[in-house]
Each structure stands twice: as C-alpha cells, then as structure tokens.
Write a protein that binds this ligand. Structure first.
Ligand code: HGY
Ligand code: MN
Ligand code: MN
Ligand code: MN
Length: 418
C-alpha cells in the first residue's frame, strides 16, 4: 500500500485505541493491588503470567516469538526482505511494588497493537517489526535494573548476572528458568531503530497541555549500595558517648549527601529508597544499616562528585559516629541523546495527526538508555496525571493512550518502510 496514503491525517487511524485500552486493563488484573495498581516484580509468578499473556497475544497476531538468555521476549512480524535489520518496539512488563497500570506495559502492548494494525491494513514493511519485553527494567527485586536490555547490548555480561541474587535471596537464573523464560535465541544485532512508548512519569506534558512528548534524551542514573557498621548495644544502659549507632550515622549521611548534591545543582535528584536497620529491635542500638542511593543527573561530572562526597562522608562517620562503612557502585547508566531524525519522524507523525507535541528530556531511566548505545533510538511520552508514577494512582487518559499508540504506529511504519 502507498505509504503516503496510510499517513494522511484524514484517513481513519491505523491502530485501535479501544483494543489497546482493553489489553492494558486485562494485563492490569495480573498482580492487581487494592488501590488500582499492580505488583509484578521480576521473575515472580505474576511476571510469568504477564509474559505468558503477552506471548499468547503475540502469537495470535502471527508473530514469531523468541526468548534470549536474559529472558527478553522478542515477537517478530516479518518484513519483505529477510536480511533487513529489524525495527524494534518495546518496553517492560515488570513493575514497582506499588506500581501503576501503565509504566512499561504501555510500551509493550502498544507495540503489539502496531503489529495488529499493520496486519489489519495489509501493509508489508521492508524491515521486520519486532516487539520486545525487556527483563527486569525496574531493578526492584534484582539489582541492577535494565538487566535484559543491558544484557542485549552487552552492558551486562551473563557472568555478572549469574552472581545476582534477589533481595529475597533468590538467585536470578534459576528463577528465570523456573518461570520458563530462560531462552537461547539471539536476535539479529542489526537494528534499523528502537522505539519506546512510555508514560512521562513527570508533570511536564500535563503542564504544557501537550499529549505527545518527543524525548530528547535521558539523564544519567547511578545506584550505590551503602553499608554502615556500628555496634548492637542496650538502648537503656548505653550512654551516648559509648554508642556506635549505625542508624544515626545513616541519618547524618543522608542529610549531608543531599545538601552536597543540591549545593551542586538545585535540581540534582538523590534518593535513599531502601534502608535496612539491624537488628530492628526497639530497645537495641542499631549495629548495622544498609542503604540504597539513587543519583540522577545529565552531567556525569556531577554524578562523580556526589558519589565522591558520599564515599568521603562515609569515611568521616568513623570520627563522628564511630562507624565503619563501605560504598559499592551497583549500577551506572550514562546519559544518552536520542536520534534526531527519529525525533523528527515522531514529530511529523504527531503533527500529521494534529496532535500537540513537545520535546523534553526524560527524568526516568528506560531500556532505551541501553538500546541507544547500539542503534538509533527514540522515545515517545504520553502525559501522567499529576506527574505521578511508581504509585498505584498512576493514570493516563484513554484518548492519550490511543494518540500515543497511533503516533508510534506511524513513526514505526515510516521507519520500517523507508
Ligand atoms: O527508575 C526509573 O527511572 C524507572 O522508572 N525504572
Ligand atoms: Mn518504566
Ligand atoms: Mn518504572
Ligand atoms: Mn530502511
């Protein structure tokens, strides 16, 4: 079919927004929580159920489904030339513990909707279109995050992942095989491009009244694991001067590190999201604290400086709190810029549909951070109500979901046919 015909704004849409919405709500039933959100931590039975549902739908859409050694699922709609590079479209099905119904899953199911739309229109593309679900984007149960896409682009070696155990002590690979997604397939490394549709998870688009976000790039993200050792002591009999209180050391570290980061840049984003206090007894001075640190900034030098401040602050706590500590880097994903031509392709698709768009950076990390290392990549955002995400009340309107999917479909169609 004539590409120009497919892309004329006056023609009916290629994609079926209602079908996509119905898929999203069906997927949201897996791991459903009391307040409308979802919990599907990586490689749990809920993750398996979501994967199985995606695989069933992909096969019903005529895709060839393959699984690689990191558990990434690739659903391919063949193109005209067998040896042409693939256009990859995807995101992740795993969620946060109090996750919403759109983070990640929108990009996977919208990719599937693009395949169904191409089928319905009888369009044959030059390049194969492959929809992908990346394993463990969130990094909640197994750290670091972005495991599947990191493995696919060679940023994470299988050997490194073999050493990974979950916060629940379960090793990564046995769990991947337990849920039946330890594969051996190798998708062609020749990619024509990677597209990811995702909710913005921030307030920018809603504030600007735009429906489509054309993402310029993603800031760097660095995860640190801090461990502070003091001494378990009796809460009633131990004078202040004799205490080596690991919690007080952690509290001082958090306040001082945040002050140092904000002094460098008022918009530096530092988060202490997972704190473990041992022995966790009301009447025992904590002898050990473990703490995660999430650092975000587009300037690697500032990330380096804050990391160095934290290492030095942990050492200084020996004097002020009598504790000993270690800081280990658990993840380091460099800032990326997305492909300019693909951004223009997305903008042309939105404007062709008369949908307001705006360019913006991504505060959140995404698998596209990894894909951009090996192939031209781009992301499309749709608004998050109140800028809220990683929260059960995460919401995007059905019309915005439908618009995002149609823009994705037209951008992918141009790319896969061009
Ligand atoms: O951490 C992130 O930015 C992503 O939402 N997982
Ligand atoms: Mn996500
Ligand atoms: Mn997320
Ligand atoms: Mn081409």
């Amino acid at each position: 079919m004539d590409l120009a015909v497919n892309l004329r704004p006056d023609l009916p849409r290629l994609t079926d927004g209602e079908r996509l919405w119905s898929d999203l709500m069906a997927m949201a039933k897996i791991g459903a929580l009391a307040h409308g959100g979802c919990c599907r931590l990586s490689l749990t039975d809920e993750d398996r159920q979501a994967r199985d549902l995606f695989v069933r739908w992909a096969r019903e859409a005529g895709c060839e489904v393959r699984v690689d050694p990191f558990g990434n699922i690739f659903a391919t709609r063949a193109g005209r030339s067998a040896d042409a590079a693939h256009v990859l479209v995807g995101s992740h099905l795993d969620t946060q513990p109090h996750g919403g119904r759109f983070d990640g899953v929108l990009g996977v199911l919208a990719g599937l909707e693009v395949v169904r739309a191409l089928n319905a229109a009888g369009i044959e593309t030059e390049h194969a279109v492959t929809v992908v679900n990346w394993t463990n984007e969130e990094g909640v149960r197994f750290s670091p995050g972005l495991t599947g896409s990191g493995g696919f682009v060679g940023a994470i070696r299988a050997y490194d992942t073999a050493a990974v155990t979950g916060v629940d002590g379960v090793p990564f690979y046995p769990e991947l095989h337990r849920i039946g997604y330890g594969g051996a397939a190798r998708l062609t490394s020749r990619l024509a491009g990677y597209y990811e549709l995702h909710i913005e998870q921030g307030p920018v688009l809603e504030g600007a009244g735009a429906t489509i976000g054309i993402v310029e790039g993603i800031q760097g993200v660095r995860w640190l694991a801090v461990e502070l050792a003091g001494e378990d002591r009796h809460a009633g009999t131990t004078p202040a001067a004799d205490r080596r209180d690991a919690f007080m050391a952690a509290a001082r570290l958090a306040i001082d590190a945040r002050a140092a980061a904000l002094a460098l840049d008022r918009d530096f984003r530092i988060t202490f999201g997972r704190v473990g206090v041992e022995p966790g007894s009301i009447n025992t001075v904590p002898g050990r604290v473990t703490m995660s640190v999430d650092l975000r900034h587009s300037d690697v030098d500032l990330l380096d400086r804050v990391e160095k401040e934290i290492v030095e602050a942990v050492a200084a706590l020996a004097g002020s709190e009598g504790t000993r500590g270690t800081v280990t880097r658990a993840m380091d994903v460099a800032p990326v810029r997305f492909d300019a031509a693909m951004q223009d392709n997305i903008e042309a698709s939105a404007s062709g549909l008369g949908i307001a768009s705006q360019r913006l950076p991504s505060g959140a990390m995404h698998d596209a951070s990894n894909l951009a290392r090996i192939a031209p990549s781009a992301m499309i955002f749709v608004p998050s109500r109140g800028g809220i995400s990683h929260n059960e009340s995460e919401w995007t309107d059905p019309a915005q979901v439908a618009d995002g999917c149609e823009v994705l479909a037209r951008a992918v169609l141009r790319h896969a046919t061009g």
